[in-house]
Design a protein around this ligand. Structure first.
Ligand SMILES: Cc1cc2nc3c(=O)[nH]c(=O)nc-3n(C[C@H](O)[C@H](O)[C@H](O)COP(=O)(O)OP(=O)(O)OC[C@H]3O[C@@H](n4cnc5c(N)ncnc54)[C@H](O)[C@@H]3O)c2cc1C
Length: 385
């Protein structure tokens, strides 16, 4: 069930599979129950070099191609979406630095992020600016040779555990989205605090927090790219990281399918395993078919992305395919996990089995890094112009 993987891709997939089975799977239920960020898993990723994957070798990374990265996220998500997200968000938070950072900025941040010594976060969303992120209100005004940031961000993954935040703020509100600039804000910057932590339906071990900026003094050296380039940097980042969410969704769906399949073989009703009932077989067949379609779409998009090198702007067909992959894979994850609960009947609804957690975790993949409505807009506009 693989997309003609190279030896290196297969090696990364196997490494992640082993880490998932040995370290992540035994912790998944407890991470969900406690809602605590799994620093022990961060330690495992550090030791095994997983944080290095999306970083080029010249900055201390492994320089893995996008498909390898997706394979790793998929394998981890198969057993736990929260732990897979740790890796996906590291890529999301560091991508603006990779795409738009100066050599000096890259040398300061990327090696530590590749080692996992520092964790990253990406702060775009605000209370009044979600899907319409270009209307954000956080202000960056010139002050004392640098900038002063005032405003707030909402729903920021890794808020409170990250050391480095890629933050988007307006340097020129009159220019709308063209007045947005990107900054790296370090966690201990005066005037920066982490506000409320959200209570969530799923991915409960992943912190989602409000970020508050009150006269936060950011040196000019921490601006990524030129003033006004921020929104383009944010979109270029999401165009590259969205496939990590597609891979997360494929992994969640696969984990739920595997569990439901085994259960259907063993659970007996009316004197036989429920897997012998056509009603269950058809459900399993549809689940497996959608997962395979989502996987192939994700791998194809990742392979195509890998052919683009480090270019900031991607060809429209690459963005379209990754929007399709994110949209289809996350809709698949939601449908498959819901069906997995159904295959288990009442047992699917209780916490002794992981499928209810997978169903709760699947939902977020339809929402973050651009809702599926926004993905559908991107896809439609790519045809309609
Ligand atoms: C757990 C979690 C983690 C997150 N992590 C991060 C993060 O790390 N960094 C970050 O910056 N953000 C993060 N987000 C924010 C996330 O990306 C936004 O929630 C998402 O983009 C949607 O914005 P919104 O919630 O304001 O919804 P809204 O934009 O208010 O949308 C509400 C509904 O309207 C629909 N809608 C909006 N506009 C249109 C349109 N033009 N056409 C059709 N339908 C439309 C949406 O699809 C949705 O169904 C996270 C969110 C959550 C819940």
């Amino acid at each position: 069930m693989t997309y003609r993987l190279t030896a290196e891709q297969e090696m990364f997939r196997k490494l992640a599979h082993d880490i998932a089975e040995r370290h992540v799977a035994p912790r998944a239920a407890e991470i969900d129950r406690s809602g605590e960020f799994p620093w022990d898993i961060v330690g495992v990723y550090r030791e095994q070099g997983l944080f290095a994957l999306p970083v080029p070798e010249e900055y201390g990374g492994a320089g893995a191609d996008p498909l390898s990265f997706c394979l790793v996220v998929e394998e981890l998500a198969r057993v736990d979406a929260t732990c897979a997200l740790i890796l996906a968000v590291q890529q999301l938070g560091l991508m603006p630095i990779l795409l738009a950072g100066s050599e000096e900025q890259k040398r300061r941040y990327l090696p530590r992020l590749a080692a996992g010594e520092w964790l990253a976060a990406f702060g775009l969303t605000e209370p009044e600016a979600g899907s319409d992120a270009g209307s954000l209100r956080t202000r960056a005004t010139r002050a004392g040779g640098g900038y002063r940031l005032d405003g707030s961000k909402r729903f920021i993954t890794n808020g409170g555990v990250a050391h480095v935040y890629s933050i988007f703020a307006s340097t020129d509100p009159a220019k709308g989205s063209k007045g947005i600039s990107a900054f790296v804000v370090e966690a201990d910057t005066p005037g920066f605090t982490v506000g409320r932590q959200e209570e969530k339906l799923g991915i409960r071990g992943s912190p989602t927090a409000e970020l508050l900026f009150d006269g936060c003094a950011v040196p000019e050296a921490n601006r990524l790219g030129a003033e006004g380039e921020g929104f383009g940097i944010a979109l270029a980042t999401l165009d590259r990281t969205r496939l990590g969410i597609a891979a997360q969704a494929v992994g969640i769906a696969q984990g739920a399918f595997d569990y439901a399949l085994n259960y259907a073989r063993e659970r007996r009703q009316f004197g036989r395993p429920i897997a012998e009932f056509e009603g269950i077989q058809f459900m399993l067949a549809d689940m497996a078919t959608c997962i395979e379609a989502a996987r192939q779409l994700t791998y194809r998009a990742a392979a195509l992305l890998g052919e683009q090198g480090g270019a900031r702007r991607l060809p429209p067909e690459v963005n379209r395919l990754s929007a399709m992959a994110k949209c289809f894979a996350s809709d698949t994850a939601m449908a498959v996990t819901t069906d997995a609960v159904q295959v288990l009947g009442g047992y699917g609804y209780i916490r002794d089995h992981p499928v209810e957690r997978m169903m709760r975790d699947a939902k977020i993949t339809q929402i973050y890094e651009g809702t599926n409505q926004i993905q559908r807009l991107v896809i439609a506009r790519s045809y309609l112009g």
